[in-house]
Design a protein around this ligand. Structure first.
Ligand code: ATP
Ligand code: MG
Length: 414
């Protein structure tokens, strides 16, 4: 679990605001859920035989003896909240959330025990139009971040539950024939969650899986139409993708569309965003049958990617303007003059020197603050209702101005 230190928060804030603004521009509303839920919720939704539920959850008994879990993901909580507050039945919802998630994994680059996700969940729309919409929305994130050529899209369809069940049997038959080459993990999964075997990183097993039966061969008309509808819309958007028939995702609730955005710039932890359709989950968690599709992205991986590529520099410094005061009178009065400036330019970031210090010392602090300009109030300036402007980052003569004459200068930061 990491602290996010002051020098890192500007890039986080920028990432968060881009995600929020882009998603709002598609007409999505924010939902905020608690970070703790009944353990049962995650077992019922994510699935008993998944990595998350088997070994990654932070679960504890509270003082009443109820089993609670720090949320490992947001979809289950979002569906729980939607059902509880009647947001889903016979309605269309487009929602987003952002916040910490908790998984007891082996910490490594791009994998932490407390991490943050930005997620989108939509409800009440069964067709591939909304699947394509949320993918277009994610594509717009990459464009905004300058990452469009650093991530690639993989999509797949998991078909319907019935088709998957039939396929599951065929896959188990196939895997049984190749038991000798399966590793322990795959052997265990072969019986509990055989589709996850397709997801193995073991190259020897991957080689054998080339001849495994294909899920898409078990698709009926509806599954085929949904998937081709999605592909057609992605083509229309001009979004490139590859179909990866081994993409199965680690959570049990998906059907039809699944997708991942992957980068090659982060090593093994390359999935920055992942999602899919989960048409049965609302009903499974006690609501009326409601189609749904969504995704979640890991904010740490996104920040890491921006840092790796040097795209994290383009963030606004915390301080635009540093106020230097010289003399007792100026020290007393200047801060109230600055309040007037704050009334006029509420978005300018103005830091006033506190704790005294001579000219040189205050300018050192001004420089360190990252500010572009310093406003110097001396006793003379206070007397004449003026201020001296000094440029900290560019070669320019200092200027003496009235507060009203600062308009051009400060409007830029507003
Ligand atoms: P992975 O295969 O990388 O373990 P996952 O399938 O477990 O991912 P999801 O549950 O789909 O991940 O979560 C969506 C996204 O959240 C991931 O694509 C990733 O960007 C991020 N994420 C998941 N687990 C972690 C973690 N422990 N630390 C940081 N980010 C994570
Ligand atoms: Mg995982």
């Amino acid at each position: 679990m990491n602290d996010c230190l002051p020098q890192q928060t500007p890039v986080w804030q920028k990432v968060e605001s881009v995600l929020r603004d882009v998603t709002s521009s598609y007409g999505y509303s924010e939902i905020r859920m608690p970070i703790v839920e009944q353990t049962e919720l995650f077992k019922r939704s994510i699935g008993e035989v998944t990595d998350i539920v088997e070994k990654e959850m932070y679960t504890f008994d509270d003082r009443n003896g109820d089993s609670l879990t720090l949320r490992p993901e947001g979809t289950a909580s979002c569906v729980r909240a939607g059902n509880e507050h009647g947001l889903l039945y016979n309605q269309v919802q487009r929602l987003w959330y952002m916040g910490p998630m908790f998984r007891h994994e082996r910490p490594q680059k791009g994998r932490y025990r407390q991490f943050h996700q930005f997620g989108v969940e939509t409800f009440g729309m069964a067709g591939p139009d909304v699947d394509a919409e949320i993918i277009a929305l994610t594509a717009r994130f990459w464009k905004k971040f300058g990452l469009a050529d650093k991530v690639r899209l993989e999509i797949n369809s998991l078909g319907s539950n019935e088709e998957r069940a039939t396929y599951r049997d065929a896959l188990i038959e196939f895997l049984k024939l190749h038991q000798d080459i399966l590793d322990d993990d795959c052997k265990r999964r072969m019986l509990t969650n055989p589709l996850r075997v397709l997801d193995t990183k073991n190259p020897d097993i991957q080689a054998v899986l080339v001849d495994a039966p294909k899920l898409s061969d078990y698709f009926g008309e509806d599954s085929k139409a949904h998937f081709s509808g999605l592909c057609q819309r992605l083509d229309q958007f001009g979004i490139e993708y590859t179909v990866n028939d081994r993409l199965v995702r680690g959570l049990d609730y998906y059907n039809y569309t699944v997708f991942e955005w992957i980068t090659d710039s982060l090593g093994a932890q390359g999935t920055v965003c992942a999602g899919g359709r989960y048409d049965c989950l609302v009903e499974q968690l006690g609501g009326k049958a409601t189609p749904a599709v969504g995704f979640a992205m890991g904010i740490e991986r996104l920040v890491l990617l921006l840092e790796t590529l040097g795209l994290d520099k383009d963030v606004r410094p915390v301080v635009d303007v540093y106020v230097v005061t010289l003399g007792e009178k100026a020290e007393l009065i200047a801060p109230s003059r600055v309040e007037t400036l704050r009334d006029l330019y509420p978005n300018a970031r103005i830091q006033v020197n506190c704790g005294g210090g001579n000219f040189k010392k205050q300018f050192k602090k001004a420089d360190k603050s990252g500010a572009e300009i310093a406003l110097v109030f001396g006793d003379d300036e206070i007397e004449q209702d003026k201020v001296t402007v000094k440029y900290l980052r560019e070669q320019q003569e200092q200027q003496s101005k009235t507060l009203a004459e600062l308009a051009d200068l400060l409007a830029k930061y507003n």
